[in-house]
Design a protein around this ligand. Structure first.
Ligand code: ACO
Length: 432
């Protein structure tokens, strides 16, 4: 870490000596105050619920400028990665290995991932233990955690080779597991991976093929799927990634740490927002569609209603989420390819967005559409059921989680995570 030219001193009114705070500079973004020695020197902790002002690690993977609406993976803007000819596996390579692959590296990496797409046959018997109507995220949390019971040779988080094998297995097998969870819920036979297809094409094939008929992957849907994966691949220290890091910091195996990330992602304030957004649009549609929009927006603005405009707002982006713009473009491509002109859900989404972008409530709070606002609409158009949206997000984010986990393990400064607290409960007392 590089010391910044900036100097900081904390002074106290109670006679505690001043504390000189080292300040570090990143390559871009805000400087950080190093308060590691604060407790030892002053007996005080810092207080930061939700970690809004706390950098819990150093990282060289993903950078977000929320005010500019910029997202960089290893320095490359997301717009370029999504539109300049590479695919999701190139992004995986970049996130894991720091650089985009050369042609040979690309070929080798694709082959490596492809060779691991099948899951242990025994996993389907484990899956069959779930109720057919279980939520796919409940199933996925279980399946990913269960990988540690199936792949013993990649569970030592302190072994670099194990971590590498676990990374490839997770990237390769997540599409298979997500598709299996879907097939199970609709009572269709599992479809095995087809290694002559692209990563996204293989996923669509496992989702929608049946043994009875030939299934041809539609290249527009394949591209859309690949873009959804790329846009969701990583997003620096968000709730699920921080969960993976915290869980992994105890030395647990990579599959257990990623399962914790899947569980965290499920929440509606995080990855579950795409599902919640689509449910919101379907609900508005059922209550009158465009004629109900005005009343709905009044509810959103009424603090007592508890209603939020799902797919809007972001902890970090206080400008347009760059991923939302790319998703909007994909949305148009997919609807054009399907020949759908007047989809009521899309029309509703556009109407709500238009109002929100002009309404002072949203403008003054810097609430813009996030990636989930359009990704749900695209997935629905592809034929993916709403309950599977977050599972697909988890599939795409697995590479980010594992890249961040591996970065943490390789960081000489990493320690088991142990936040502190401001205790407000009862003082010591005796049982009567
Ligand atoms: N609809 C209505 N009002 C909102 C919304 C929304 N979607 N989001 C924030 N606000 C309001 C809050 O009520 C608050 O108003 P106030 O200042 O009058 O009290 C103000 O905007 C600031 O909101 P916070 O909750 O403090 O913003 P924060 O940055 O902490 O929250 C969050 C971000 C959780 C994403 C929030 O915007 C939200 O719940 N959005 C809807 C869910 C969603 O789309 N989540 C997806 C996140 S992206 C992802 O995980 C891929």
């Amino acid at each position: 870490m590089k010391l910044s030219d900036n100097k900081a001193t904390i002074s106290f009114s109670n006679g505690t000596p001043n504390f000189e705070v080292p300040v570090y500079a990143g390559t871009i973004g805000p400087d950080v105050l190093d308060i590691r020695k604060l407790y030892g020197a002053t007996g005080m902790f810092t207080y930061d619920p939700g970690f809004l002002s706390t950098a819990a690690c150093q990282s060289a993977i993903t950078y977000i400028d929320g005010d500019k609406g910029e997202l960089l993976y290893r320095g490359y803007p997301i717009e370029q990665l999504a539109t300049r000819g590479g695919d999701f596996l190139d992004t995986c390579y970049l996130l894991l290995r720091s650089e985009l692959p050369t042609d040979t590296q690309r070929k080798d990496f694709h082959k490596l991932v492809t060779m691991h797409t099948m899951v242990n046959e025994q996993m389907q018997f484990f899956l069959r233990g779930f109720r057919r109507d279980a939520h796919p995220m409940a199933i996925l949390t279980g399946l990913v955690g269960a990988m540690s019971a199936f792949y013993h040779d990649s569970t030592d988080i302190n072994n670099a080779e194990h971590r590498e094998i676990a990374a490839i297995r997770l990237i390769a097998k997540m599409p298979t597991l997500v598709a299996m969870a879907y097939k199970y819920s609709i009572g269709q036979p599992f479809v095995y991976p087809k290694n002559n297809l692209s990563y996204a094409g293989n996923f669509l094939h496992m989702m929608f093929a049946t043994p009875c008929e030939e299934y041809k992957v539609n290249p527009v849907m394949e591209r859309a799927m690949d873009r959804i994966f790329t846009l969701h691949a990583d997003h620096e220290q968000n709730a699920s990634t921080s969960t993976v890091r915290l869980c992994g910091s105890s030395g647990t195996n990579p599959f257990a740490a990623i399962a914790a990330g899947v569980a965290c992602l499920w929440g509606p304030a995080h990855g579950g927002a795409n599902e919640a957004c689509l449910q919101m649009l379907e609900d508005i549609h059922a209550k009158g569609g465009l004629s109900y929009v005005k009343e709905f927006m009044e509810k959103v603005k009424d603090k007592n209603s508890g209603v939020k405009l799902m797919g809007f707002g972001h902890r970090v982006y206080k400008n347009f989420d760059p991923r939302a713009k790319l998703m909007q473009e994909t949305c148009r491509e997919v609807f054009a390819a399907l020949g759908v002109e007047n989809d009521p859900i899309l029309q509703l989404a556009q109407a709500l967005e238009k109002i929100a972008l002009e309404d002072d409530y949203f403008v003054s709070r810097k609430l813009y559409p996030n990636v989930d606002y359009y990704s749900g609409i695209v997935q629905r158009a592809i034929g993916i059921p709403v309950s599977l949206f977050t599972g697909i997000f988890a599939l795409a984010r697995s590479v980010g989680w594992i890249a961040q986990l591996n970065e943490m393990i390789g960081d000489p400064e990493y320690k088991i995570g142990r936040p502190r607290q401001l205790f407000t409960g009862s003082q010591r007392r005796d049982v009567p």
